[in-house]
Write a protein that binds this ligand. Structure first.
Ligand code: NAP
Length: 314
């Protein structure tokens, strides 16, 4: 999708995997005239500059947002409030302020109160990512054929919402809109719980005494390694996700534990029908994901398709 730039100046606060990918997508597709980059550490800022991700670079987030008509917070969700306080006095009237955080209720609670009158705050979450982080991990096609969920307030300015929707569409995403609390419930089951299960199973394997670590690694292709990709995700990001989507995650964990107990009972009592029925039902979910274009129809999760990075939905 091509066309005239949508924004004069985009400020990216945080330039890790997501910020870097946005910078590259926006540049490649001509979505903005100018990109201002800000991040916390001099080392990351220097790397962003070496990669040519922006037109200007600053350690001061308020300098980056000055004059920007699009501001995107690309920091861990636990850092949003401090950043919002910092940039609030410098935000331009009429600007769109959005974010990419994996939780949405907390962002609204923590950022919302600091947004000045006349600035359009529309939280967002691209359902696209990898287990890598930092500016080098970004790539321009990350958002292609992935969903981006916007959680606008009820009284949102429609023109601003349409403009932000157009931005994500031109990054290659499909855009959905939903209530922030519903977003958090949906993401708890499709993203947060799978990551917790992966962290837990890899941690359990690491703690085992009867099976050695070298055996776990040597025979990992039998299933374990698929969990290790999720369990290699950024610790800061995932600590913040857990702390900022506490209620929904605890609710899903309770459901999960009940179902796991039922599975345990079926194994104990030799209830093969129960196991077979469940495994048949779950297999059809995998087929639906492939049909929806959210994964590749290749054995071994498409690992041998070397030309495409494997993309996860975080
Ligand atoms: P990342 O690669 O680790 O980059 C994080 C960026 O935020 C860096 O520029 C880092 O700055 C900055 N930062 C970290 N802690 C900060 C703090 N306390 N105050 C100010 N800045 C801070 O992270 P990412 O994967 O791009 O994730 C960014 C956001 O996207 C998160 O909210 C995450 O929930 C969301 N998200 C991630 C994924 C995914 O798969 N990774 C997918 C969808 C959405 P320095 O390097 O300079 O310290």
């Amino acid at each position: 999708m091509t066309g005239a730039p949508l924004f004069e100046r985009m400020a990216l606060i945080g330039i890790g995997l997501i910020g870097s990918s946005l910078a590259q997508a926006a540049r490649e597709r001509g979505l903005v005239k100018e990109i201002a980059v800000s991040t916390r550490s001099p080392a990351t800022l220097q790397r962003a500059e070496e990669l040519g991700l922006g037109d200007s670079y600053s350690l001061d987030a308020a300098v980056a947002v000055d004059g920007a008509d699009l501001v995107i917070l690309c920091v861990p969700v636990g850092a949003n409030e401090a950043v919002a306080k910092w940039i609030a006095p410098a935000l331009k009237k009429g600007a769109i302020l959005t974010d990419v955080g994996s939780t949405k209720g907390s962002v609204i609670d923590q950022v919302g109160p600091h947004v000045p009158q006349g600035v359009h705050f529309i939280p967002g979450h691209p359902i696209a990512g990898t287990e890598q982080s930092g500016p080098d991990a970004g790539f321009s096609t990350l958002f292609e054929q992935r969903w981006c969920i916007l959680t606008p307030p009820e009284d949102v300015d429609q023109a601003a919402l349409e403009k932000l929707t157009a931005f994500w569409r031109r990054c290659g995403s499909d855009v959905d809109r939903m209530d922030a609390r519903h977003h958090d419930l949906v993401l708890a089951i499709v993203s947060h719980l799978p990551h917790l299960i992966a962290y837990n199973i890899v941690g359990t394997a690491d703690d085992l005494e009867t099976v050695t670590k070298s055996e776990v690694i040597k025979y990992s292709a039998s299933g374990f390694r698929d969990f290790t990709r999720l369990a290699a995700s950024d610790p800061t990001m995932w600590r913040d996700v857990c702390l900022n989507n506490k209620d929904a995650i605890l609710e899903m964990l309770a459901r999960f534990s009940e179902d796991l107990s039922a599975l345990q009972r079926a194994i104990r009592w030799g209830d093969g029908d129960m196991l077979f029925d469940l495994f048949t039902r779950t297999r059809s979910i995998r087929r639906s994901i492939i049909e929806a274009g959210q994964d590749m129809d290749e054995p071994d999760f498409g690992r041998h398709a070397k030309d495409k990075p494997f993309i996860s939905a975080d």
